[in-house]
Design a protein around this ligand. Structure first.
Ligand code: UD1
Length: 419
């Protein structure tokens, strides 16, 4: 297991490139199961969640050749526990497998321990479309005589359930309407990908998505097809917060600021000086920011995936802040670690009450989930002394070349072997 050693109190400067979005790449990789042809990606992020997901697709019979995949020869419909347990997003193979092959067996997923994260909405909606689903020995067994288009109302606009249903609807008979759908930018990207193959979809960016099921005879191979995935808004936000927390001037390039409106507004309310361009965000030296209150919410609200990073900034701001986490019930695992470094954060159910301190000190800390780990890196960048962050494999799941990118901005960060 590797660790990061970070010497704090270094000013950052320069530019950093945003990578492609993990949360768009995963469902789009799952969607390759729908079409029997070669598909090339221009910018798959080099992160371990993508490597895991490729392994799952390979175990089903997909053939990868560098950044191309061909799912013409899928010959297995079982996503095994050993692969799936590492990542909740594995559930995304269920919809496309059922749609194209009429059967799927997927281990109940694992992933970061940030909450119980059931998949009831996925399963209930697929049942409405005509899937017979049973749970046995930790596996979801699903089969169908052919999915049927239905009008489905989601009890909660789950990102994964919306994606699974959109993919399930591609080869279903007739029209599927998803009401109370999630409309995160990553879902819109999945829809753009599907549209490239002639799937008729309306309503992206709204709470109602309509998908017309395709007929096999309507499918035509798209020659030399390549696809570019949208930039990772969570990664971009993490670097913007890094610029602010270190009181530095940095430019985060190749991002889509339009996907970060709520984060940018929250930072501005705190006093952040930012220059928002068409595809870049520049931070200016803004000094110590002011605390504020923030509640996570579904898009376009404040993203839960940038909660931990913002809390780190709040922990060093003037006055007090309150964060309310409404998406996941156990997403405060960074709090004890940040407190070990000298922050003053108290938990009360879904709320975190943060009393800003003016400095923090290095301490050995441990990653517990992907975004909590990013928060620890941010804290280490400003802490006095040398911070050792253990178990950085959590960071590898979702941040491409994080140590290199921060080193490029002038941070003192080194990856070492840990026991
Ligand atoms: C996706 C993102 C994740 C992000 C989250 C919320 C990917 C690969 N991951 O996760 O980074 O934090 O959206 O923006 O895109 N729920 C149920 N039943 C279900 C489905 C969900 O109760 O069937 C609950 C979950 O437990 C959770 C909440 O709904 O509390 C949100 O989950 P969901 O929107 O499905 O998130 P994911 O797709 O897992």
């Amino acid at each position: 297991m590797d660790a990061f050693i970070i010497q704090g109190e270094k000013e950052l400067k320069g530019e950093v490139q945003t990578s492609a979005a993990k949360n768009a790449a995963l469902p789009i990789l799952a969607a390759t199961l729908l079409f029997p042809q070669k598909i090339t990606f221009n910018n798959l992020p080099q992160i371990s969640d993508i490597s895991f997901f490729k392994k799952i697709l390979e175990s089903l019979g997909a053939k990868f050749d560098s950044n191309s995949v061909d799912t013409s020869d899928i010959n297995k419909f079982v996503a095994e526990y050993d692969l799936v347990r590492k990542m909740r997003a594995s559930i995304l193979v269920l919809g496309p497998l059922l749609s194209r092959f009429k059967e799927a067996k997927v281990s109940l997923p694992g992933g970061c321990a940030i909450g119980s994260r059931p998949v009831d909405i996925h399963l209930e909606s697929l049942r409405q479309m005509g899937a017979e689903i049973t749970l046995e020995d930790g596996y979801i067994n699903a089969k169908t005589n052919g999915l049927k288009g239905k009008h489905i109302y989601l009890s909660f606009p789950s990102v994964g359930a919306t994606e699974n249903l959109i993919m399930a609807a591609v080869w279903a008979d007739g029209e599927t309407i998803i009401d109370n759908a999630a409309f995160e930018p990553e879902i819109t990207d999945l829809i753009s990908f599907l549209k490239s193959f002639g799937v008729k979809i309306e309503g992206e960016g709204t709470r109602q998505i309509k998908i017309q099921g395709m007929k096999k005879e309507d499918f035509k191979t798209v020659e030399n097809f390549s696809y570019s995935i949208i930039p990772d808004r969570i990664e971009a936000a993490t670097y913007v917060i890094a610029g602010l927390i270190t009181n530095s001037e940095i430019t985060v390039n190749n991002c889509n600021p339009g996907h970060l409106d709520t984060v940018i507004n929250t930072l501005k309310v705190m006093g952040a000086k930012l220059e928002v361009g068409y595809s870049s965000i520049k931070t200016f030296k803004s000094g110590r920011l002011n605390g504020t209150n923030m509640a996570t919410s579904i898009y376009p609200g404040y993203p839960t995936d940038v909660q931990a990073q913002l809390m780190t900034l709040m922990g060093l701001s003037f006055g007090s802040s309150i964060v309310s986490e409404h998406i996941f019930e156990n997403r405060y695992m960074h709090v004890p670690e940040l407190n070990r470094m000298g922050m003053n954060i108290k938990l009360d159910g879904r709320n975190a009450i943060i009393t800003g301190v003016d400095k923090i000190k290095a301490a050995p800390v441990m990653c517990t989930d992907l975004r909590a780990s990013a928060a620890l890196v941010l804290a280490a960048l400003v802490a006095k002394g040398e911070t050792k962050i253990s178990r950085v494999y959590y960071i590898d799941r979702g941040y491409e070349k994080l140590a290199q990118k921060f080193a490029g901005l002038g941070a003192s960060i080194e990856r070492v072997k840990d026991v």
